[in-house]
Design a protein around this ligand. Structure first.
Ligand SMILES: [Zn+2]
Length: 247
């Protein structure tokens, strides 16, 4: 590490569980973030700040004015510009030591299979069930840990699917997700701080996976910010899961 990097990460390396060893793990890691909106925007900023070696992300379309209440990477003058362009520029300015790789494209299974290879962790910040199901399938195929997060109004949940043959996956949690109708937050509404909270949980989980610290694998965090109920429930590998069983 350069003198500048030592200074930059000093408050992070001072954490006993991280130290210089953890910092080296972070700088050697590659994280892929699927979606760069309310969840992915904050995840990418936190991981860039933390000094993850490479952050890649995919999204398509421009910043919209209705994004700005929760998507903290973007500002009012960014409306109409491509999200991937603004995100890349902001993250590079935040930490020039991090390699930023934007993909301005929709992620279908074929694209995921090609792009995900070699990444240390995938963070699922997508906004529809079809993409989530596909991310789960491809991460299982490639054996890449995936950090899941979802928000709905004042509620959110997060988990980690290690795809290690031992711990459960997304379809153990939602067996019918592949056949679910798409529901996006454009229809449902989402509270900005709730998205930011779940994004922070996702960023912390990604960092812990990279550094070999305890994660949410085999458990689901359920958060209800309206009533201040925060619980972690156990999640078991489902016997008949078509994705992860027996693999
Ligand atoms: Zn499963």
């Amino acid at each position: 590490m350069t003198t500048e990097e030592i200074k930059r990460y000093s408050r992070q390396t001072a954490v006993a569980e991280i130290g210089e060893t953890g910092q080296k793990c972070l700088s050697g890691a590659r994280v892929f973030i699927a979606g760069i909106g309310g969840l992915g925007g904050l995840v990418s900023a936190e991981l860039a700040g933390a000094g993850v070696g490479e952050i890649a992300f995919a999204d398509c379309g421009p910043v919209e004015i209705s994004n700005l209440h929760r998507q903290m990477l973007y500002r009012t003058p960014d409306v109409g510009k491509l999200k991937t362009d603004i995100a890349a520029e902001t993250l590079r300015a935040l930490n020039p030591h991090v390699r930023i790789t934007p993909y301005e494209q929709f992620l279908d299974e074929a694209a995921m299979r090609k792009i995900f290879k070699g990444f240390s962790v995938v963070v699922d910040c997508s906004d529809n069930f079809r993409t989530r199901a596909a991310i789960n399938r491809i991460c299982e195929e490639l054996k890449i840990p995936c950090v899941y997060g979802a928000v709905y109004a004042f509620e959110g949940q997060a988990s980690v699917f290690m795809h290690d043959g031992k711990t459960p996956c997304l379809e153990c949690l939602f067996p019918d997700i592949g056949s679910c109708a798409d529901t996006k937050c454009t229809e449902n509404g989402v509270v900005g701080p709730c998205a930011s909270m779940i994004a922070s949980v996702q960023a912390a989980e990604a960092m812990k996976i990279i550094m070999g610290l305890p994660s949410l694998a085999g458990r689901v965090l359920m958060a209800d910010m309206l009533n201040n109920n925060f619980t972690v429930i156990p999640l078991r590998k489902r016997e008949r899961c078509s994705i992860c069983i027996g693999k």
